[in-house]
Design a protein around this ligand. Sequence first.
Ligand SMILES: Nc1ncnc2c1ncn2[C@@H]1O[C@H](COP(=O)(O)OP(=O)(O)OP(=O)(O)O)[C@@H](O)[C@H]1O
Ligand SMILES: [Mg+2]
Length: 610
Amino acid sequence: MMNTTDLSDIPSIALLPLPVANQIAAGEVIERPASVVKELLENSVDAGADHIDIEIEKGGVGLIRIRDNGCGIRATELELAVSRHATNKIRTLTDLEQLHSLGFRGEALASIASVSQFAMHSRFYSAEHGYSLLLNTFSQIPTIEPVPHPVGTTVEVRELFYNTPARRKFLRAEKTEFGHIQEVVKRLALSRFNVSFTLQHHAKTVLTLKKTTDEASRLLRIGQLCGTEFMQNALTVQYENQMIRLSGWISPPSYARGQADQQYFFVNGRVVRDKLVSHAIRAAYQDVLYSGRHPCYVLYLEIAPHEVDVNVHPTKHEVRFVQQGWIHHFLASSLQQTLGQTRPSNSVNIADHLDNTATTFARPHLDNRPSPQYQPALAIAPTPELTVQESQQFYQVLHQAKLQTTTETQAPPESVIPPLGYARAQLHGIFIIAENAQGLVLVDMHAAHERITYERMKTAWETHRLTAQYLLVPVTVFISETDADQLDTFHETLLRLGFEITRAGRESLLVRQVPQLLIQADIALLVQALLSDLIRFGSSAVLDTHIHEIFATMACHHSVRANRQLSLSEMNALLRDMEATERSNQCNHGRPTWVQLSLKELDSLFLRGR
Ligand SMILES: Nc1ncnc2c1ncn2[C@@H]1O[C@H](COP(=O)(O)OP(=O)(O)OP(=O)(O)O)[C@@H](O)[C@H]1O
Ligand SMILES: [Mg+2]
């Protein structure tokens, strides 16, 4: 087993015994230039490099040159390194159970060398100078010569697929191939924060990543690779127990994307695409994501190597977990917990870790907020001269004046203003306008109320506290005769949900009892919608499989309808409920329930401070 931190004990490269070689998932590992880059970068990382330079020409078909400052290769082993099944990372199959390196098949260099004009220069860390290996393109016979070279390795791959025209034909445009290479570099850079990288295309530097040492610089790298928008909005994930550790960043539902392209999952430092993993993540987002949207994530799972089989696929993109059910549960529930925190709060945004980037990251303190839907048409480029603090001081005067005249809500001093602030008015019977420490808050009453009811129903159901309440006056509901005929089928189910409904006539039902949580709903509409759900889902096991959808329907019918006038105290009660409810930043369909417009944003609307 290779231990790259202990240089004095670097194992020699040896051919794997045939039975071992035969059991290793083998196959064509080099599909396109990006596959070469992936393999070479992995070798550099395995060699303990902490700086890697990547030079590309013609999208990788012309040249791929990767230079690292790792431990280097012994001159006597250069030839072996490019032979099939030669590796210093494992000796036996059982070594795979404690694998700490990315490579283990001893295949990559041999595969690359067989489809390119290949050269490798390397100086072993304790050697006086370097050696180069050139492979004759016809005979593949190597020549090895001393060359000046710093400690580390440079691999040069030219004219990729020159001898396999069929594969070359399948390559896309230079730009596309280079795009794939960038993606490979990005993945590795996301998994190795302690390595610095440069990437050049046609001698032009396209990416420079410094080594990161602390949380702030790690976040900067995330921002550089995944966009500052993601980094500013991301929720930090951190769970661990004795068996497993999950860390990283996920997007709040409000920052989901149209494509599933910003999704990175690393298992023990190896990027993987795994159905189980994506299923678990989708499950965590299930009722907070607008349909058809995809979450973004960069997540790291660390687990004992014997709990995961990496020898499943030649490209090592897939893994198999020994305890699949447990992993699924761990992922889904940890992420659900993180997402459960997406409610208005005064917690610190991760962007606040970054101290030297005041202009880019000047944001309200509110965490995980949906980005304001309202984008001023007059986008004011320069930062207003008035700082937020100055604006606040200015507004303080108005605020104080108003406090003296406001009688209905006595807003306490700013330091204890709740995250969503205090309601000031209702707009068109749809929105609540509230004022908090940062500025203006707009709340979609119906969406917010719907989420609160939904979460309450789920909790009540899970804790067996979904209690029923008799209606003072039973309500008659009219439905079609065919639907009414099905009432008996759902008798049990309805009782469990807290409804007592009997047949009243050919096309009518009588509702005597409803769940206490829904007592304010329009009962007739609620029951009609509920029955249509039950009929649609069918009778068997409907409560096991569709309970959340049923709750969603009920929550929707219970929620404050547009045009209902609320008093200030009712509005404030709703704001406080939102702060206390998990996932209340989004309605059940994943739409935001509220947006913040900071004083700074308001200022810029009025061109103030310019
Ligand atoms: N950049 C490098 N620095 C130091 N040693 C290297 C480097 N690249 C390759 N080697 C040595 O050459 C050997 C063969 O590399 P190769 O990539 O073919 O196989 P591997 O990394 O062992 O397994 P895999 O096929 O899974 O990548 C490695 O085991 C390693 O000892
Ligand atoms: Mg390798």
